[in-house]
Ligand binder design. Structure first.
Ligand SMILES: C[S@@+](CC[C@H](N)C(=O)[O-])C[C@H]1O[C@@H](n2cnc3c(N)ncnc32)[C@H](O)[C@@H]1O
Length: 246
C-alpha cells in the first residue's frame, strides 16, 4: 500500500510523463526504435471524458481492452491516484503489444512512468481473456472498451463486461462514430438491459466528416453504459431488433 502523502507525487510523475510524450509525439519501442504515434492514442477531449468518468465513479479496480501505447492506462492510474485510491489496480488487454506496430512501447511507457505495479497486462485477445476473468470471479468498478473494433469483437467485449462490471458500475465504449461499435452498443441496450446514459439521436456522419475524423461530440465518441443493479429477466425467445448500421 502506498504512503497517502506520496499519491499526489506519483500522479504528478505520471502526468509529467504523459505530457512529455504528447509534446514529443513519439514513444520508444523495445527494439530501440522511435515510434511516431498517429491517430491511435486517444486525444485530449477523449482524455477528459475518461478523467471525468474516473473522478465521478471513484473506481479502485478498472479494466480496458485495447492498450496500444499505454496512454489510457496511464490516465486510469493517474486519475485513480488523484482520487486518493490507495492501491489502484488496472487490467489491460491487447494481443498486438509486442508486434511491429507497438513494439512493446505501451509496456515501456508504463514502466518509465512507474505504474507497472498497478498494471496486470494480458498479451492476448480480449475475447479469450475476459471469459477467464469471469471464471475467476473478478469484478471491476469501471471498464473501458477500446480494443478490436469489428462488430463481433466490440459485441463480445460488451457482453463479457456485463458479467465483470459490478452491479451499478459503468462501461465506457469508445469510437461510437463507427457503425460496428454503435450496432454492438444498440444490441446491448435494447436486449441486455444496459442503460445508455449519454445517448443522442443517431446522426449519420457525412463522408467528409468521417474522412477528416473530426467534429464529434463526446456522445458520438464514447458511450456511457450503466449496468443496472438487477439485470432484466428475459424469456428464452426474447429479442429486440436493433440497427445502427449506418
Ligand atoms: C484504439 S487502440 C487503443 C488505444 C488506447 N486505449 C489508448 O487510448 O491509448 C485499439 C487497440 O486495440 C487493440 N486490439 C485489437 N484487437 C484486439 C482484441 N481482440 N483484444 C484486445 N485488444 C485488441 C489494438 O492492438 C490496439 O492497440
Amino acid at each position: 500500500m502506498q504512503d497517502v502523502k506520496s499519491l499526489p507525487d506519483h500522479a504528478a510523475r505520471i502526468g509529467a510523463y504523459l505530457q512529455e510524450a504528447r509534446a514529443r509525439g513519439t514513444v520508444r519501442g523495445k527494439s530501440g526504435k522511435t515510434i511516431e504515434f498517429g491517430k491511435t492514442p486517444i486525444r485530449a477531449a477523449q482524455d477528459q471524458t475518461l478523467i471525468d468518468a474516473i473522478v465521478q465513479e471513484r473506481p479502485e479496480r478498472t479494466l480496458e481492452t485495447g492498450f496500444a501505447y499505454g496512454f489510457s492506462t496511464l490516465l486510469f492510474c493517474k486519475s485513480m491516484l488523484e482520487n486518493g485510491t490507495q492501491a489502484p489496480q488496472h487490467v489491460a488487454i491487447d494481443p498486438f503489444q509486442s508486434g511491429d506496430v507497438f513494439d512493446s512501447a505501451g509496456l515501456i511507457a508504463c514502466e518509465e512512468a512507474g505504474v507497472s505495479d498497478m498494471l496486470e497486462f494480458y498479451h492476448e485477445g480480449s475475447q479469450y481473456v475476459l471469459p477467464r476473468l469471469i471464471k475467476d470471479e473478478r469484478s471491476f468498478d469501471l471498464i473501458f472498451i477500446d480494443g478490436g473494433h469489428l462488430f463481433e469483437l466490440a459485441f463480445m467485449d460488451i457482453l463479457f463486461s456485463i458479467s465483470l462490471i459490478r452491479p451499478g458500475g459503468l462501461i465506457l465504449v469508445d469510437d461510437m462514430w463507427m457503425p460496428s461499435v454503435r450496432a454492438a452498443v444498440d444490441y446491448a441496450v435494447k436486449n441486455l438491459g444496459l442503460i445508455h446514459e449519454n445517448a443522442v439521436a443517431a446522426k449519420p456522419l457525412g463522408l467528409l466528416r468521417r474522412a477528416r475524423n473530426m467534429q464529434r461530440s463526446p456522445q458520438e465518441q464514447t458511450a456511457f453504459l450503466r449496468r443496472p443493479v438487477e439485470l432484466p429477466k428475459r424469456n428464452w425467445d426474447h429479442f429486440v431488433p436493433f440497427d445502427h448500421a449506418w
